[in-house]
Design a protein around this ligand. Structure first.
Ligand SMILES: Cc1cc2nc3c(=O)[nH]c(=O)nc-3n(C[C@H](O)[C@H](O)[C@H](O)COP(=O)(O)OP(=O)(O)OC[C@H]3O[C@@H](n4cnc5c(N)ncnc54)[C@H](O)[C@@H]3O)c2cc1C
Length: 450
C-alpha cells in the first residue's frame, strides 16, 4: 500500500486525498494553519452568509459530478443555483446589459455594436495561428472576434475569472480548451459545433451543467471532505524537514518522523520556499516562486431590498476596463442561493483590485466601503447604509498563467522527474477553477495540462 504525505488542505489536497483513500491508499494531510479549505472560506453571521473566496462551482463533467457524489453527506448539503444564474450582465456606458444566451439575443443585444457583431461573424473563416506562436488572450480574442467583442465580452470575463490582465495571460495555458478548439477544429464556432455533435453521439454519461454551492456556503465542501478523511487530516502542523531517503521520503512533523512513498505538495507556488527541503530541491523550486498572483479584495454588503433600484435578477455584473470603474465585478449570491440574507434584503459581493488596479485591493474595510458604495449607487441605485458588510483581502489571490508559462510547467515536470515520488499540484498547475482542482485530483497522473 502506497502512503502519501499531502501538504496543504485546499481543494486540490482534500480531493486528491479522498480519491486516494477511496482507492485503498493511505495518507496524511498536513495544513499549516488552523483552517482547512485554503481559498474556500464562508463567513456566517446570523442570517448573513458571505463567501470570502470562491462563490460557486461550475459542474460540467461527469468526473467532477461522480467525485462529489462519492463524498458522504454531499447529497444532503449541495444546492443548485436558481435559474437566475443563467442571466449575466456586462457593464456598458454605465449600465448593466444582459449577456446574450442565444443567436437571436446575440443579434439584438445592445451590449455589442452593429459593426462589432458583423466582425464577429467572420470568426469561422479566420485561419488558426501557427502553434509555435504563443498568443495573449487579448490578441486571440481581437484576432478571432474583433475589438468590440473583446472589449465588452472577453476583457471583463478575464477580470472575473483570473482578476488578470488579458494582454499578458497566455491563451494556451490560461484557456487550454479554447486554444485546443482553434488548433484542432480551426476556430471557436467550428470547434464548439464539433464537440456538441460528438457529445450527442457519445454514450458517455451526461451531466446536467449547473452551478452549485452548499446550504451553508461553499466551505461545507472542504468540511465534508475533512470529515470523510477523519484522523488523516492535521491542522496547525509544523513541518521541520522533508528529505528523500532511498525510494521514499522522510517527513518530520510535529516533532515526529514519518516515512512516505510520495509527497504531494499543494501549497500555493509562492509558499514553496517556506518548506524545509534540502538545498538542491529548494534551488529547483526557485523559478516557481516567480509565478505572479493577482491581489483581490472581496467585499460583501447587504442592503434593504427597498434601497436598491436594480432587481439583481442574475449571476452578477462584470466590468470592462474601458468603463473606467474601480470595481472588477459584482455577484448577486442571494439571487442564486437561499438563506444568505434576512428576508427583505439583498446581498452584493464586490471584487476589487486584480492585475487591472492592484492598488485597490486593500485590507482596510472602511477604505473598501468608501471606494465601493458610490459605484454601487451609480450602477444599481443603492441608497442608505448597508445593513451588513464583511471583507477579505487576498494579497496573492489567483496565479496568472502569463505568456511564457510553458517554462514554469516544464520546470514542474523536470522537478518531478528528478525527485521521484515528489508531486506538485494546485491551481498554479492544473487550472484555477474548483472543477479543475477536482478533475486533476481524480485523474490518473493527478495532472491536466500536458
Ligand atoms: C477571491 C477568489 C474567488 C474565487 N472564485 C472562484 C469561483 O467562484 N469558482 C471557482 O471555481 N474558483 C474560484 N476561485 C479559485 C479557486 O478558489 C482556487 O483556485 C482554489 O480554491 C485553489 O485551491 P488549491 O488547492 O490550489 O490551493 P489553496 O486553496 O490555495 O490551498 C492551499 C493550502 O496550502 C496551505 N499551506 C500553505 N503553506 C503551507 C505549508 N508550508 N504547510 C502546509 N500547508 C500550507 C494553505 O494554508 C492552504 O490551506 C477563486 C479564488 C479566489 C481567491
Amino acid at each position: 500500500m502506497i502512503k502519501t504525505c499531502v501538504i496543504g488542505s485546499g481543494l486540490t489536497a482534500l480531493a486528491r486525498a479522498w480519491q486516494l483513500k477511496q482507492g485503498g491508499q493511505d495518507c496524511d494531510i498536513l495544513e499549516i494553519s488552523d483552517q482547512f479549505g485554503g481559498s474556500i472560506q464562508s463567513h456566517r453571521a446570523g442570517d448573513y452568509l458571505a463567501e470570502e473566496g470562491p462563490n460557486s462551482i461550475q459542474l460540467n463533467s461527469s468526473e467532477v459530478d461522480n467525485f462529489l457524489r462519492s463524498i458522504p453527506g454531499y447529497q444532503d448539503r449541495v444546492v443548485a443555483a436558481s435559474n437566475d444564474s443563467k442571466r449575466r450582465f456586462i457593464l456598458r456606458n454605465g449600465k448593466p446589459m444582459g449577456v446574450p444566451t442565444g443567436l437571436l439575443s446575440a443579434i439584438t443585444t445592445p451590449l455589442w455594436s452593429f459593426s462589432g457583431k458583423l466582425r464577429a461573424l467572420k470568426e469561422p473563416f479566420i485561419a488558426p495561428i501557427c502553434p509555435k506562436k504563443e498568443e495573449s488572450v487579448a490578441d486571440f480574442a481581437r484576432r478571432r472576434l474583433g475589438h468590440d467583442i473583446y472589449r465588452y465580452g472577453i476583457n471583463p470575463l478575464i477580470g472575473g475569472i483570473y482578476a488578470g490582465e488579458p494582454e499578458r495571460l497566455s491563451l494556451r495555458y490560461a484557456f487550454p480548451k479554447l486554444y485546443a478548439l482553434e488548433q484542432k477544429y480551426g476556430g471557436i464556432l467550428r470547434g464548439s459545433i464539433a464537440i456538441m455533435r460528438a457529445d450527442r453521439k457519445s454514450n458517455a454519461p451526461k451531466v446536467e451543467k449547473q452551478i452549485i454551492s452548499f446550504k451553508n456556503g461553499l466551505a461545507e465542501l472542504p468540511q465534508l471532505l475533512v470529515a470523510a478523511l477523519g484522523e488523516a487530516v492535521h491542522a496547525n502542523v509544523s513541518i521541520s524537514s522533508i528529505q528523500k531517503i532511498g525510494a521514499g521520503w522522510r517527513v518530520d512533523w510535529n516533532g515526529k518522523t514519518h516515512i512516505y512513498d510520495e509527497v504531494l505538495i499543494t501549497t500555493p507556488a509562492h509558499a514553496l520556499d517556506k518548506l524545509p527541503f534540502n538545498e538542491s530541491l529548494q534551488k529547483a523550486l526557485q523559478p516557481l516562486l516567480k509565478i505572479n498572483y493577482s491581489p483581490v479584495s472581496v467585499l460583501t454588503v447587504a442592503f434593504k431590498q427597498s434601497d436598491v433600484d436594480h432587481p439583481l435578477d442574475g449571476f452578477g455584473v462584470l466590468v470592462p476596463e474601458y468603463e473606467g470603474r474601480k470595481i472588477l465585478g459584482v455577484l448577486f449570491p442571494a439571487s442564486l442561493f437561499a438563506s444568505r440574507v434576512p428576508a427583505g434584503e439583498v446581498l452584493l459581493t464586490v471584487f476589487l483590485g486584480g492585475e487591472r488596479q492592484a492598488e485597490l485591493a486593500v485590507p482596510d474595510k472602511d477604505t473598501l466601503l468608501a471606494t465601493v458604495l458610490p459605484e454601487l449607487k451609480e450602477l444599481f441605485g443603492t441608497t442608505g447604509e448597508p445593513t451588513f458588510s464583511h471583507h477579505r483581502h487576498w494579497p496573492r489571490a489567483i496565479p496568472q498563467y502569463n505568456l511564457g508559462y510553458g517554462k514554469m510547467l516544464a520546470q514542474m515536470d523536470a522537478i518531478e522527474k528528478k525527485f521521484a515520488g515528489l508531486k506538485l499540484a494546485g491551481n498554479y498547475r492544473d487550472g484555477i477553477s474548483l472543477s479543475y482542482c477536482i478533475e486533476a485530483a481524480v485523474s490518473k497522473e493527478g495532472h491536466l495540462i500536458a
